[in-house]
Unconditional design. Structure first.
Ligand SMILES: Nc1ncnc2c1ncn2[C@@H]1O[C@H](COP(=O)(O)OP(=O)(O)OP(=O)(O)O)[C@@H](O)[C@H]1O
Length: 607
């Protein structure tokens, strides 16, 4: 079986994925070594080319020691005229070895860069395919550390890590072969040294490995703390907790430094450098002995000692290169662990695909995040084009209910049908592309206003359509108020826009996508009453002609609804029209009067 086939044998597909790329290259993910090997073997020609060039370079370089020994003999035997030929040969070999060395460095660099790029792409696609439950569990800073720094350790692992390791091993092999050619009796000390070197290296790797793993983990933790502090900087400032955050970060950074120092200590105690000194002395003594016995001549002894001294490079560089390789393995392990984590939803590419009518049916739906039940036995029907308002106290499960329709989460029990088909049977892409969500916390990308509006169409909308949607969403005027109009770049998470403006951009985005089902969470948008009117108009426009699940505190919007669902602690305690519920549902009356007193008069009055 060839090597490639072996690595293909155990190509493990990651757990379920919500997103895959057609024709995606599959790597062996059954373990870090195989994963790294399958990445490198993607570029077989380059990888083997590098090994060949490295061996060639070392062969050429070591052959100089032969020539140096011959030169010594030539001089001692008084045949000085042959020296010119030897000198020119050395020059030729040096020039050739420089060329092969350049080739080896170049191929290694190309493989390293491609490996890092492929691994980054693989991780990115994998993260896009993971479910919301998975992402809820992750700390963003740690994920970022894996996607950036751990990937960099992979690059360093190949160049200079593997590059030097390969160079060292080929140098070691060439030295041993050349010494054997000189005189097999001379092999005694280099072979004994090689044996001790490998034992010491194994011991070194065993000590280094756990520290490398801890170092990478600690880096992820430090990054997570930093990310949280930067994201929550407003809260830190508002509560004057800079000192606390500084302490917390310093603790993490100190732990990282400690691992770094520990790593340095292990490197400092590296035994082979001491061993080499001893073995060089032993080699010299052995050489002298063979010379005194007439087994070798002076030139051979010189060549032998030059070859032995080449082991100095192998020994010194192995401290550093092995540390880089260990760090690379630790990085690979962390990246793989993230990619292999369970994801609960699958894109179901072969599933049901159709143009949606927009009917939603919940049949005895029960859902829990982990073990705590959040929704219990919910059943209702929304006919195509209807608006269903959802009301209930905070934390009662309103948002969670809407997240089951586009399968951000899957129900634990019962079924949700869209157009009579279980959402789990729909192709995820077809389902989600026909459902739009305008959440409480509207996320805008740090891109232009136009790009943000066109986002749901994959940037395929033309300017006229974008402007029409913005006008319908009552956003055109404030957009034109910006100096750059639709080309204005929005700051990260849209911080340069007010809540009301963000909401209207999200409505424009939804209008442009023209979804059959709209989920609108309008519960927390606190806006001044001047903006209120604009938003009401925008929302009224966006509801037209589509099935809408509307979470709202606004009475006017509740009155637009065909049906209102009243949720209490995850249970649907009543459903009906606004008037029916006012008539018969105590909780609804209570919520209603609470909203009424909480809202500005203009809003409370509605239409
Ligand atoms: N990702 C999550 N993981 C675990 N629990 C969650 C998650 N999201 C929400 N919850 C919990 O589920 C319950 C319902 O939350 P949900 O956001 O659906 O309520 P809500 O009625 O929309 O509240 P609000 O009106 O305040 O937005 C809450 O107790 C909340 O703590």
């Amino acid at each position: 079986m060839n090597l490639g086939a072996y690595f293909w044998l155990e190509v493990s597909l990651f757990s379920k994925s919500e997103f895959t790329v057609a024709g995606e290259y599959h790597y062996n993910s059954s373990g870090p070594v195989r994963w790294i090997a399958s990445h490198l073997l993607r570029y077989k020609l380059l990888a083997f080319g590098f090994i060949l060039l490295a061996v060639l370079t070392n062969g050429l370089y070591s052959s100089i020691s032969f020539l140096a020994g011959s030169a010594f003999n030539v001089v001692t035997q008084g045949k000085a005229q042959e020296l010119l030929v030897l000198a020119l040969s050395v020059l030729g070999i040096v020039a050739l070895s420089l060329t092969t060395d350049l080739g080896a460095r170049l191929t290694a660099q190309v493989v390293a860069t491609r490996f890092a790029r492929d691994a980054r792409e693989e991780l990115y696609i994998n993260l896009l395919g993971k479910s919301q439950t998975f992402h809820n569990r992750q700390r963003v800073g740690d994920v970022m550390a894996r996607a950036s720094n751990d990937i960099t350790t992979l690059n360093d692992m190949v160049v200079p890590g593997f590059d030097i390791v390969c160079d060292s091993f080929s140098s070691l092999s060439v030295v041993i072969v050349f010494i054997a050619i000189l005189n097999p009796q001379l092999l005694l000390t280099p072979l004994a040294y090689t044996l001790c070197f490998f034992i010491a290296l194994r011991f070194y790797s065993r000590q280094l490995n756990p520290v490398s793993v801890k170092m990478r983990e600690q880096f992820g933790d430090t990054n997570a703390v930093l990310n949280e502090a930067v994201t929550g900087v407003e809260v830190i400032k508002a509560t004057a907790q800079e000192e606390q955050e500084k302490r917390k970060f310093a603790e993490q950074a100190t732990r990282y430094r400690d691992y770094y120092v520990k790593n340095g200590r292990i490197q400092g105690r590296y035994l082979p450098t001491l061993l080499l000194g001893i073995f060089l002395a032993l080699a010299f003594l052995h050489g002298l002995y063979l010379l005194s016995q007439g087994q070798i001549n002076l030139g051979t002894l010189v060549s032998f000692m030059i070859l032995m001294s080449q082991l100095r490079f192998v020994t010194f560089m192995s401290i550093w290169s092995f540390s880089l390789v260990q760090l690379g393995f630790a990085g690979a392990r962390r990246i793989l662990a993230l990619m292999k984590e369970e994801s609960d939803l699958d894109e179901n590419g072969e599933g049901y695909k159709a143009e949606m009518e927009g009917e939603i049916v919940f049949e005895n739906v029960t859902f829990s995040y982990g073990s705590t039940p959040i929704l219990k036995n919910i059943s209702f029907r929304a006919r195509p084009g209807q608006t269903i308002a959802i009301v209930g106290q905070t934390g009662s499960g309103k948002s969670t209910l809407t997240k089951l329709v586009n399968r951000i989460y899957d129900a634990n029990e019962g079924r949700i049908l869209v157009d009579g088909v279980d959402v789990r049977k729909w192709s995820l892409d077809s389902l989600r592309s026909q459902i739009s969500t305008i959440e409480q916390d509207i996320f805008l990308f740090s891109r232009t206003v136009a790009e943000n509006i066109a986002y749901g169409l994959g940037q395929k909308a033309d300017q006229a359509a974008i402007e029409a949607a913005a006008r319908d969403a009552q956003a055109h005027d404030f957009i034109m108020g910006f100096k750059e109009g639709y080309e204005t770049v929005i700051g990260e998470r849209g911080v340069t826009l007010s809540g009301g403006q963000r909401q209207r951009l999200a409505i424009a985005r939804a209008l442009l996508t023209d979804p059959r089902i709209l989920i609108l969470d309008d519960s927390t948008s606190a806006v001044d009453s001047a903006t209120e009117d604009e938003i009401q108009k925008a929302i009224k426009r966006v509801l037209q002609g589509r099935t809408t699940l509307l979470i709202t505190h606004r009475l006017s919007q509740i009155r637009w609804a065909d049906t209102v669902l009243v949720i209490r602690k995850g249970e649907l305690i009543d459903q009906g029209s606004h008037e029916e519920l006012l008539d018969r549902c105590d909780l609804y009356r209570r919520i209603f009067s609470h909203y009424e007193s909480a809202l500005p008069v203009s809003a409370a009055g509605g239409e």
